[in-house]
Structure formats: structure tokens, C-alpha cells
Design a protein around this ligand. Structure first.
Ligand code: COA
Length: 263
């Protein structure tokens, strides 16, 4: 499938999804969200994918991951259209978060509003030294619409989240690292190679275990603790029925390397 506003690359176990509207600092309009949704739907159905990297296209002097939802497009929307736009962004980012493979955000610049929200739907966030994170909606008189009010406090805690949401000021990469919004900060030139290296590492692991770990962490986060533990125990049992468990345990005891079948 060909897209206008995103690039999907890679044919092996690692895919890259690049938001590609450089003239608008990769801002998300409806068409771009629909393309991300289509690409994620296709990726989720492709059992050969073991990991994905999401990043922003080159934008020249001021690098951008995604500079937010498209402000010009939102200005022209009715209340009903705004509501539908928010629901589209939310369901699209849910697809990212619920993907059966790890999704790594390589945040190469501005991650503002919808950009911060997209990065937070990814499972792991790496940032370049130039990255800037924020939820500046309040400066426009609006509120986050792609689940920023929900994911940000869950990641950084309510106090820091409210400071960012109510104050509207962006934070730099080192601050994002300090508060746990990102796991690593790297020089710009090392960002994508590191994200690809991590993706390849994840993609080479036992596929069923990889899926179940994501399932436990992502689904478990929205469940009562006892129920989430039950899911973990159930999946622990289920993974025990796979050929990969026998291969993995056997390889450890034989001091060989397991070859994963994904079943
Ligand atoms: N929606 C639509 N267009 C956007 C955009 C957004 N969120 N962010 C940037 N753009 C567009 C600008 O309108 C400009 O387009 P133009 O050249 O056709 O006028 C182009 O991208 C470059 O942006 P510009 O503002 O000139 O770049 P800058 O380097 O001076 O500033 C930012 C960069 C990111 C600080 C600034 O663009 C900005 O504040 N963007 C909005 C961030 C935001 O509030 N996001 C949340 C939205 S809910």
C-alpha cells in the first residue's frame, strides 16, 4: 500500500513507520491518522513482524518527531468533528499500544501534543538530545485529545503530569529522562541506529513469550492487580505449552542456542 503522509519501510522482522509531513513538522491531520491506522492494522496482521520503530521524517534545521495534532485542520472543525478527530487519534494510538510486537518511539525532535501522545502509546521511548516533550494544548485553549491526559500521569505520575498539562511548557530530553518519560537519551546521529538495534534484539527473541510479556504489561496496566496477576499466571501456563519452551529450556541445559519457531 502506498501512503502520502507516512513511510513504512522494512521487509524483515523489523518495520519502521515514519510520520512524513515535513512542511508541517510532521503534524497529524485526519489523513495522516488514517494512514497510521491502516499501517498498524496491516502490521498487526503480519505475523512476521517482531518489532517496530516509529519516528518523524527529517524536517531540516528544527528536527521534529511530531509537532502535534494539525492546528489549522482543528481550527476548521465543528465540535462534532473535533470529537471524531479525538476518537480517531485515540483508537489509532490504542492500536499502537496494543500491537503484538514492541513499538519503539525514536523521538528525534519536537514531541508536542499529539506527538507526545503518539510517543506515549509506544512501548519504549528513546530520545535524541534535541527532543522536546510537552502537552501545550492549554496554550491554545484546548485540552489533549489523543489520551495525553490519561497516559502522561500513568507514566510520570499525577503531579508532574499536571505540571506539564496545566503549565503547557515543554521539557527537554534530560528532564524527560529524569522523570521516566524516556528510557534513553542519545546524540541525534545515534538515535535511529540504537532504536533499530533494540528492535532487532527484541525481534530475535521467542515470539510467543514476547507477545505475552507485552500482553501482561499493557493489558495488566488497566486491570486490578489481582486480575492482572491471574492473566500473568494463565499466560505463564499457556507459554509452557509451546515448542519454544521446550527448545529454550533444552538449549539452556544442553548449552546450545535455541531456534525459535513461534509456536
Ligand atoms: N499543526 C499544524 N501545523 C504545524 C504544527 C501543528 N501542530 N506545528 C507546526 N506547524 C507548521 C507551521 O504552521 C509552519 O507551517 P507554515 O510554514 O505553512 O506556516 C511549519 O509547521 C513550521 O512551523 P513553525 O512554527 O514555523 O516552526 P518553528 O521552528 O518556528 O516552531 C514549534 C516550531 C514546534 C515550536 C511550533 O511550530 C509550534 O509551537 N507548533 C505547535 C505545537 C503545538 O502546540 N502542538 C500541539 C497542538 S494540539
Amino acid at each position: 500500500m502506498t501512503y502520502q503522509n507516512i513511510l513504512v519501510d522494512g521487509s524483515g522482522a523489523v518495520r519502521t513507520l515514519v510520520v512524513n509531513r515535513p512542511a508541517k513538522l510532521n503534524a497529524l491531520d485526519r489523513a495522516t491518522l488514517l494512514e497510521i491506522r491502516a499501517a498498524m492494522t496491516a502490521a498487526v496482521a503480519d505475523a512476521s513482524i517482531g518489532a517496530m520503530v516509529v519516528t518523524g521524517a527529517e524536517t531540516g534545521k528544527k528536527p521534529s518527531f511530531v509537532a502535534g495534532a494539525d492546528i489549522a485542520a482543528m481550527k476548521a472543525m465543528s465540535a462534532v468533528e473535533l470529537r471524531e478527530f479525538a476518537a480517531l487519534g485515540q483508537s489509532t494510538f490504542d492500536l499502537v499500544e496494543q500491537a503484538p510486537f514492541p513499538v519503539i518511539a525514536a523521538v528525534n525532535g519536537f514531541a508536542l501534543g499529539g506527538g507526545c501522545e503518539l510517543s506515549m502509546a509506544c512501548h519504549i521511548r528513546l530520545a535524541s538530545e534535541h527532543a522536546l516533550f510537552g502537552q501545550p494544548e492549554i496554550n491554545l485553549g484546548i485540552i489533549p485529545g489523543f489520551a495525553g491526559s490519561q497516559r502522561l500521569p500513568r507514566i510520570v505520575g499525577r503531579s508532574k503530569a499536571l505540571e506539564m498539562l496545566l503549565g503547557g511548557d515543554p521539557i527537554k530530553a534530560d528532564e524527560a529522562l529524569r522523570i521516566g518519560l524516556v528510557s534513553t537519551v542519545l546524540p541525534a546521529a545515534e538515535l535511529l541506529p540504537k532504536a533499530m538495534e533494540l528492535a532487532a534484539k527484541f525481534a530475535a527473541k521467542a515470539p510467543v513469550a514476547r507477545r505475552y510479556i507485552l500482553d501482561c504489561v499493557v493489558r495488566g496496566a488497566s486491570m486490578p492487580f489481582a486480575d492482572a496477576q491471574r492473566v500473568e499466571a494463565d499466560l505463564f501456563g499457556l507459554v509452557g505449552s509451546t515448542e519454544d519452551v521446550r527448545a529454550g529450556l533444552g538449549a539452556f541445559l544442553d548449552r546450545t542456542t535455541a531456534v525459535w519457531q513461534g509456536r
